[in-house]
Design a protein. Structure first.
Ligand code: ADP
Length: 894
């Protein structure tokens, strides 16, 4: 590493005042305080002082010392530049930010101008929300960064961007909706006014929060920045943005440009997302319904993973966006359903499309890397391929679509992907096809990606280089003959260039010759050069340099073209994602026999033979079938009850039933078919699910407190268009407390919120509500006893469960017989009294049932029963035996 050596000699000596130290300290000063500084030295990124200690600990790499600063040894560690991405990924995951300080001049140039240091500058700040490297991102998940702004008047807005795709958008939100909006966006990082820092930290616990000074959220300067960046006279061109939205967009833009070391952010023009255009789903509901990840945090086992049949990463990201933010607009939902419906019905078209889509890959992220100056030849190739596959797709799909009733979304995609009316893009695609080799390398710096025939100048230089290489190859034979050493070899390395090598015992003839100049003696070999070789070497190196220069010019010209064509390329990528999403959903719908939901504005819900997609998939793997169930609700209380109480034994399928209907709402409003025989669904504005309650220790709340906070948010927010599922509310406290609360919550939902609600409870007493309230009903999950076992049928039937099977479940779980018998007595007692508390007060502790500690002695009846062998009895004998047994029954005590 001659570059690094050159500087290392100048690295801090005892006085600490070397030029390089001064440069390091200045760079450290200019980088953000909360970022580690990667300081490029030759082939390594080095870290010093506290940065080194933190990074060495996080990466588990050696911490060394180098020189001294103010009398103290300087801590240092380093990572090879070649593999720096992997280390960056680990640091980002561990919660760090990294400022990358690059060399901005050639060390030779620095030496030539007499400087003792190479110039360096911060090239980029890597943060969780600003990643673009494929290796640092999950291809099928979006990586967003969000900013929350509040105006002095109290208006709030969220802006978000995805650097790797160029998405840039904002939406208004009221203070109570921030958590739900953030949960929908699921950003990796988010920015907020530092004045609110502590209050905000809890809003998006999975994301890294970066507090910014208040001034960054100033709406006036934000507007100026946006107008300048997007080259418009007024932001109205993009929509009617509020002050808060502009402030949020501006702060975000500023932060992204800072992360790019001042380079302009390459984002699509800002898009305004209407409030209320998405189904509001708060974080607790998201978690409980396991929409895009399970409660354990995994994608596998979530609704998204279960229905995802997309074949490309952008398609997967589009589907995730849909599912996490289902729409409330009927026209949009219907348009999406139209597309899915057409593709579900046209298998051949769908299959052909999916094959082409798969070949089209991920042009979105390739484009963004190119625009950010981080792209390579492979990204160019990806764009060219996507354009060509898209064109083929458009032609095929265009033909398959009927003239009159083609789904609008598919028509649009065909129009976007077709290149016939887009000369620039068509030329770009054709040029890329010719200019690039079949499998271009990732990075442009080593060349070798421009195909033969694209540039005459390049071909000539390459020919020259190759011709010289051939001559070198020929020289080996010539030299071997001339010297009489048959084993003579011509080799190459970076230090000597081309050289002649012979074994030590064959060295003498060459040593004696004037033509061979001795260069090196190794353990077993001796190396020589010749003037001829040196000349060829220079020729080859010159030609290779020239070829590299030409290739990088060609790369640059294509890169500039992507800038000019950015909008068209983005639209093309968007259309491919849209098609993949629709075709994937169609594939899933066919596979699972799902149907198109009939979407209406009235608050109804009528599902016939509905299924839980995730539970069904899991059962199917185990070879079991899912039992479909109907569900009917009507917020108006006309076609069906508004509130339905769900009872039944534990494990009978209550939670599953509740969730499957909530998922039906999400799927339908996301534009997916639903797993049912038929479904008529009134579009919901908010969806709530509270299933069970787990301790939220991270937030320092008890189970019960969590439950009540969650219930409160529903009762305070749900309206006539909302859909609520509640499971076992009030479980976390004493029976009477819990029952009273559950009762009151149900009444409130029914009378005040007037929303559609499914309410599962183990409080049997609550089934009386169906009689007392106008629009409430009971359903229950059926179970039957068979051969002394409880068998769950998983069927939902009208009416309340006839009894609680809790004790039976406890018996199956292996509670001792004595405890079970005791529980039965207590239950009988409780159920026979109007005032259960009184019943408990005079519950005989030792009389009615045998004490739990002693195993029960068999009774006379039991003894006699044991002696009977039914197979040996005639019907007459059996009847006699029955009378006999009955006579021996003990007198019933009361
Ligand atoms: P509960 O809430 O009543 O305790 P769950 O909804 O948790 O019961 O269901 C218990 C188990 O029963 C589930 O894990 C699932 O395997 C099975 N199950 C539930 N509903 C069905 C169904 N409709 N068809 C088949 N199996 C079901």
């Amino acid at each position: 590493m001659p570059d690094a050596d050159f500087e290392n000699r100048h690295f801090p000596s005892a006085d600490g005042a070397t030029p390089m130290m001064a440069q390091y300290l200045a760079l450290r000063e200019s980088a953000p305080k909360d970022a580690l500084l990667f300081y490029r030295m030759g082939d390594f990124y080095e870290l010093f002082f506290e940065d080194a200690k933190a990074a060495a600990a996080a990466l588990d790499i050696a911490l060394t010392k180098r020189g001294e600063h103010q009398g103290e040894p300087i801590a240092m560690c380093g990572v090879p530049a070649q593999t720096a991405e992997a280390y960056l990924a680990r640091l980002i995951r561990a919660g760090f930010k990294v400022a990358v300080g690059e060399q901005t001049e050639d060390p030779k140039a620095a030496k030539a101008r007499g400087s003792k240091t190479v110039d360096r500058a911060i090239a980029r700040i890597v943060t969780p929300g600003t990643l673009t490297e494929d290796s640092l991102l999950d291809a099928r998940t979006s990586n967003r960064i969000a900013a929350l702004a509040r105006t002095p008047g109290g208006d709030c807005a969220l802006a978000w961007a995805e650097v790797s795709t160029g998405e840039f958008a904002a939406c208004p939100c009221d203070a109570s909706g921030i958590e739900a909006e953030l949960a929908a966006l699921d950003p990796a990082e988010w920015l907020s006014d530092e004045a609110y820092f502590t209050a905000d930290a809890r809003l998006a616990p999975r994301a890294r929060l970066t507090p910014l000074p208040k001034a960054k959220f100033d709406a006036k300067s934000a507007e100026r920045r946006l107008i300048e960046r997007f080259g418009v006279v007024s932001l109205d061109a993009f929509g009617a943005f509020s002050k808060a939205e502009i402030a949020a967009l501006g702060a975000l833009l500023d932060y992204l440009e800072l992360a790019q070391a001042g380079a302009p952010a390459k984002l699509a023009p800002p898009r305004r997302v209407e409030t209320g255009s998405a189904l509001a789903i708060d974080p607790a509901t998201r978690a409980s319904l396991e929409i895009d990840r399970t409660q354990a945090g995994q994608r596998k086992g979530s609704l998204l993973a279960t229905i995802d049949r997309t074949v490309t990463a952008p398609g997967a990201r589009r589907l995730a966006a849909r599912l996490t933010r289902p729409s409330t607009r009927k026209d949009m939902i219907d348009a999406r359903l139209d597309a899915v419906g057409f593709l579900a019905a046209n298998k051949t078209t769908r299959r052909a499309m999916r094959e082409l889509l798969q070949a089209a890959g991920d042009p979105e992220r390739a484009l963004s890397r190119l625009l950010l100056g981080r792209g390579g030849p492979r990204d160019l190739a990806a764009l060219g391929k996507a354009l060509r596959e898209g064109e083929t797709l458009a032609a095929g799909l265009g033909q398959a679509l009927p003239d009159d009733a083609a789904p609008a979304l598919l028509n649009q995609a065909v129009a976007t992907l077709s290149l016939t009316d887009k000369g620039d893009l068509a030329r770009f695609a054709a040029d890329l096809g010719q200019a690039l080799v079949a499998e271009p390398p990732l990075a442009a710096r080593d060349g070798g990606f421009v195909a033969e025939g694209w540039s005459e100048a390049l071909d000539e230089t390459r020919a020259l280089r190759d011709a010289s290489r051939k001559i070198v190859a020929g020289l080996q034979k010539t030299y071997a003959e001339a010297s009489g050493v048959a084993g003579l070899k011509i080799r190459h390395n970076n230090v000597l260039g081309y050289f002649v090598e012979v074994t030590a015992k064959n060295a003498d003839p060459l040593m004696a010759s004037d033509d061979f100049i001795h260069r090196q003696t190794m353990a077993n070999a001796v190396r020589f050069t010749t003037t001829e070789l040196a000349e060829l070497e220079a020729k080859i190196a010159g030609a290779a340099d020239r070829a590299l220069g030409l290739e990088s010019e060609i790369f640059e010209s294509f890169r500039t073209r992507t800038e000019d064509l950015a909008q068209g390329l983005r639209q093309m990528a968007g259309a491919l994602a849209e098609l993949d999403c629709a075709a994937g959903l169609a594939e899933w719908a066919v596979e699972t026999r799902s149907v198109r939901p009939d979407m209406v504005e009235e608050p109804v819900f009528a599902v016939e033979s509905g299924r839980h997609p995730v539970v069904e998939a899991a059962l199917k793997k185990a070879g079991d079938a899912f039992t479909p169930n109907d569900c009917a609700l009507d917020g108006a209380g006309e076609a069906a009850a508004r509130l339905t109480l769900v009872t039944g034994p534990n494990m009978a399928g209550k939670s599953t039933f509740l969730r499957q209907n909530a998922l039906m709402i999400i799927l339908a409003q996301a534009g997916c078919f639903v797993p049912a025989a038929s479904a008529r669904i009134g579009i919901a504005d908010r969806l709530y699910s509270r299933v069970g309650a787990a301790d939220d220790l991270a937030r320092g709340r008890s189970t019960f407190m969590t439950e009540m906070i969650e219930a409160a948010s529903i009762l305070n927010q749900a309206g006539p268009k909302s859909f609520v599922i509640l499971d076992e509310v009030g479980r976390g406290t004493s029976t009477f407390d819990g029952l009273s609360i559950a009762w009151a919550v149900a009444e409130h939902l029914h009378g005040i919120n007037a929303c559609r609600a499914l309410f599962a409870t183990h409080y049997h007493e609550m089934t009386r509500l169906a009689e007392e309230l106008d629009h409430a009903a009971n359903v229950s999950l059926k179970a039957k006893e068979w051969k002394g076992e409880l068998v769950f049928l998983h069927t939902v039937a009208k009416g309340a469960a006839d009894r609680s099977y809790g004790i039976e479940v406890a018996r199956r779980a292996g509670l001792p017989d004595a405890a079970i018998a005791r529980a039965r007595t207590i239950l009988e007692r409780l159920e026979s009294q109007d005032a259960p508390a009184a019943a408990l007060a005079d519950l005989p502790l030792f009389s009615a049932t045998p004490a739990p500690s002693a195993p029960a002695k068999p009774s006379e009846v039991e003894r006699r029963l044991t002696d009977i062998n039914p197979d040996e009895l005639s019907p007459r004998e059996a009847l006699d035996a029955l009378y006999e047994l009955k006579r021996h029954l003990p007198a019933k005590d009361t």
